[in-house]
Design a protein around this ligand. Structure first.
Ligand SMILES: Cc1ncc(COP(=O)(O)O)c(C=O)c1O
Length: 398
């Protein structure tokens, strides 16, 4: 379908709603879920909730074949989702030092059966024990190992997460968990961000893309061997229910690693702009937001209300929202996406009048939900439902 057709559909569907507004194209969301499943090699996909941040959409993803459980980003969030009945299986993908949430976890038997916390350092276990006292009920624990690539000397390719990376280090940590009362070791996670989170086919950057592909091949080979050794060593001392790995950008490659029992993905459901530059797949843009044209400062310039929603990460241009409909608009180099208003230039400005709307895509998936209280669900040229985001439900988990 052409850009004009999409624009006509989205304009028609939301004609009675005043922008700023955000939509999720439900057919695109479902098609993206099917594409993630097709890339997963039959491994179940744990939904990365940070990349969705909307209960109704999390439920919709979990209802699709191939998806099982949530990878949450905070313990308070996991408690909220289990309490709401969204899941009975929530792994918190990042360590927690939230004492109130830990106390709530300890006090709730159902939550304790459903939620697994992440540990990569005995200090985190100490903190749990200090918060709950020495005789706390059993808490499920997943160990995170470092999945970065360290080709030579002090070089580090990847993100800064866990300090444990060798079989010896991870087993030593596993033994710490096993030796302490009140903790049950159930899982292992290794997230290869340098493969899953970096597009290997960025438009207009062939050299960088080729270098990335080389790095990713080497890194994956190194990680597969090391992860298998770590999993074997930990399985020798503890029974693991799951080994989690990967993300939207790496599903087929991580699924090729025999030691991984399940994958994680979230961004691929909504298809933000940072996931445009991958060779293996192309998600459909499922989440968009509309901003209204409020003035026309000069010939060739229109100004829309709102728009300053940059994504997290290193503050390069690729973090900015992108005007996509009508085609032929761009941000200005002097103002970018503004705090309260955003000027746009480009040939499509000629057709835009005060009161018209411009459709944008966000650079990241979940952060859009922090800017809008609700998502309008669009099917064809109709809004078939309106659902609150975390923000709209009054929640801000970090
Ligand atoms: C532990 C972990 N797994 C998986 C992912 C992948 O999420 P997504 O599919 O949204 O890129 C992330 C994202 O940062 C993560 O932190």
């Amino acid at each position: 379908m052409t850009a004009d057709r999409f624009r006509a559909r989205y304009d028609a569907a939301t004609a009675d709603i005043d922008p700023p507004l955000a939509i999720v194209d439900r057919a695109a969301f479902d098609a993206n879920a099917a594409q993630l499943r097709a890339r997963s090699g039959g491994r179940p996909i744990r939904v990365a909730s940070k990349s969705v941040r909307c209960v109704a959409l999390l439920r919709r993803a979990l209802a699709q074949p191939g998806f099982a459980g949530l990878l949450c980003y905070s313990l308070a969030e996991a408690l909220y989702l289990v309490d709401a009945g969204v899941t009975e299986d929530a792994v918190v993908g990042y360590p927690t030092v939230d004492r109130a949430a830990l106390r709530a976890l300890a006090a709730d038997e159902r939550a304790r059966a459903a939620i697994t916390i992440m540990v990569d350092d005995p200090a985190q276990l100490d903190l749990v024990t200090a918060a709950l006292g020495p005789r706390h009920p059993e808490i499920r624990v997943c160990l995170e190992m470092d999945a970065s690539w360290r080709p030579v000397g002090g070089a580090h390719v990847g993100v800064r997460r866990s300090p444990v990376r060798t079989p010896r280090q991870v087993v030593a940590l596993a033994r710490q968990v096993l030796a302490r009362p009140g903790f049950t070791l159930v899982g292992l996670m290794a997230y290869e961000a340098q493969i899953a989170g970096l597009g290997d086919a960025a438009r207009g950057r062939p050299l960088r893309s080729a270098a990335l592909r080389w790095m990713q091949r080497r890194s994956m080979a190194e990680l597969s061997e090391r992860r298998a050794a770590v999993v074997a060593a930990v399985r020798a001392v503890a029974e693991l229910e799951f080994v989690n790995g990967g993300g939207t950008g790496s599903l087929e490659r991580t699924a090729g690693d025999e030691s991984v029992t399940e994958l994680a993905a979230g961004s691929g459901l909504l298809g933000p702009t940072l996931f445009d530059g991958y060779r293996a797949f192309q998600p459909r843009p499922a989440a968009l937001f509309a901003l209204p044209v409020v003035r026309r400062p000069a010939r060739g310039v229109v100004t829309v209300f709102g728009g300053g929603y940059p994504a997290s990460g290193v503050a390069h241009r690729d973090r900015l929202p992108v005007p996509v409909l009508p085609a032929g608009l761009r941000l200005t180099g002097t103002e970018g996406a503004g705090e309260v208003q955003t000027p746009l230039t480009g040939p499509a400005t000629r057709q835009l009048r005060v009161g018209d709307r411009v459709w944008f895509r966000h650079a990241k998936a979940g952060e859009l939900a922090e800017r809008f209280a609700e998502f309008h669900l669009v099917v064809g040229d109709r809004v078939v439902g309106t659902v609150p985001t975390y923000r709209g439900s009054g929640h801000c988990f970090g």
